[in-house]
Design a protein around this ligand. Structure first.
Ligand code: NAD
Length: 446
């Protein structure tokens, strides 16, 4: 069942919460990132004030009758950071340590991601403080419906479009859509994305994030005069993002020598290495739905079973961290081999700022997460477009349009980075922030 399946997302995405517990505030970090680029862009005070805070925030109670007959009151959120370029877009998270500041930070990052990908959407994020591991399916459905009842008039296809996120799935989205349609009295499939294909989802969404990474990598390699078919890559993770990155990279003739995963049984990580390159089909056959590769079977197929961090120390051209945040840090960055030319971030926040500084000094190009993994949100935008027009594209059409969008986004960032001699992530932030600032100006907001 989808509801259960999506709980897997928790592992890869709890870092923000973990760090917040340790006194780290993700919203303060997002504001600091913004302030640094705002200085470089010479943004005026009013624009800064507008963009360093969300436009609107909602925080509300959701009373639910539990399966045992008692009433429990949950806390729900929605933050709409900015909609100057289009309706807000962003996930709904179920998490026991959800906080308003986490949601604020994530909504701001969504604004920059949509902007750098140049899709006509703004940034939003929402959540409910709850642990779905301890909730029945019926209770989760009630929570979804309760969330919509509190916010229905402030979301919608032309206002704010939610999506699945940590510990929420296509099933949660359908409950939300159904309740919204009941309240509004009509069909509104464009309210929400991440729907199953049979009920208005987009073909190609499964591949979108991984393929988007490789579309950008393909163009970057052209710029670096490197033949993609002669490159070697090592990948952290073997979930959705890692697998589809590997799939397209292999189709382009590249070699992937190592992938890694979290072993659910042994509670530790492993890397799987094959000098001649992995074969995707055979590895997928022995991987469970949480992205864990069967150790014994992998050994039988000739994969060397190595420690979890081994993926990082491969003598390859490209590293793709595609598992979780904080994977390349100041503690391990010096283990990266001199041959590595590119680190392209599939996961959210896999390279710490200190590690990025180190890599840039060594001449390694780091492609930031909000550009590299934007393929997912671009495809969600395509889903919204298809849902709104009630006409659905083939997978080939979706992937072709995705390729165009990602390629365009990359070249805008790359050209600025070359012209101003700045790192790729700074160029990406500059483009994202200046587009939103310009939209606010054109609307007469500042
Ligand atoms: P997933 O749950 O499908 O796969 C995660 C993989 O990482 C699994 O193979 C798991 O075994 C592995 N893993 C977990 N901890 C690990 C560790 N310590 N070392 C090595 N491997 C480890 O997740 P996903 O959808 O592929 O997402 C991966 C990352 O990409 C997350 O940071 C997610 O937020 C981000 N992301 C995903 C999408 C998307 O569309 N799926 C979009 C944007 C960003």
């Amino acid at each position: 069942m989808q509801v259960k399946q999506e709980l897997k997302q928790e592992k890869g995405t709890t870092g923000v919460f973990r760090k917040e517990k340790e006194g780290f505030n993700p919203f303060k970090m997002a504001q600091q990132q913004f302030d640094r680029i705002a200085d470089q862009l010479n943004l005026d005070e009013q624009t800064r004030e507008l963009l360093r805070n969300p436009l609107r925030e909602y925080s509300f109670s959701i009373p639910i009758r539990m399966d045992d007959g008692t009433i429990k009151v949950f806390r729900g959120f929605r933050v709409q950071h900015n909609d100057a370029r289009g309706p807000c877009k962003g996930g709904i998270r179920f998490h026991p340590q959800e906080t308003q500041d986490t949601v604020r930070a994530l909504s701001m990052w969504m604004t920059w991601k949509c902007s750098v990908a140049d899709i006509p959407l703004g940034g939003g994020k929402g959540g409910i403080i709850c642990d779905p591991h301890n909730l029945s399916e019926r209770e989760q459905e009630k929570l979804c419906r309760g969330w919509v009842r509190q916010i229905a008039r402030d979301i919608g296809p032309v206002r704010d479009v939610p999506a699945p996120d940590v510990m929420t799935s296509g099933q949660h989205m359908l409950w939300i859509m159904d309740e919204y349609e009941t309240i509004m009295g009509g069909q509104y499939p464009g309210l929400i994305t991440g729907k199953p294909v049979e009920l208005g989802g987009s073909r190609g969404r499964t591949e979108a994030t991984g393929y988007g990474i490789i579309y950008i990598l393909r163009e970057l390699l052209k710029e670096m005069k490197m033949d993609i078919a002669k490159t070697t890559t090592s990948i952290q993770g073997f979930g959705n993002v890692a697998r589809y990155s590997a799939e397209l990279l292999l189709q382009y003739g590249g070699t992937v020598v190592s992938v890694s995963c979290w072993d659910q049984v042994e509670n530790r990580t492993y890397s799987y290495y094959k000098k001649t390159g992995i074969k995707l089909d055979e590895l997928i056959k022995i991987t469970d739905r949480f992205g864990t590769i069967d150790k014994k079977q992998a050994e039988k197929l000739g994969y060397e079973n190595r420690p979890g961090d081994d993926w990082l120390t491969q003598d390859v051209d490209i590293l793709i961290p595609a598992a979780l945040e904080h994977s390349i840090t100041e503690e391990n960055v010096n283990q990266i081999k001199p041959r590595v030319k590119i680190v392209i971030c599939g996961a959210n926040g896999p390279v710490t700022p200190e590690a990025e500084d180190y890599l840039e000094k060594k001449g390694v190009i780091v492609v930031p997460d909000f550009l590299a993994n934007a393929g997912g949100v671009v495809c969600s935008y395509f889903e919204q477009v298809q849902s709104n027009q009630n006409y659905y594209w083939t997978k080939e059409e979706v992937l072709g349009k995705l390729d165009n969008k990602m390629t365009d986004a990359f070249y805008k960032v790359w050209e600025l980075s070359k012209r101003k001699k700045i790192r790729v992530s700074d160029a990406a932030y500059m483009i994202a922030i200046s587009r939103v600032a310009e939209a606010c100006k054109m609307r007469g907001w500042v």
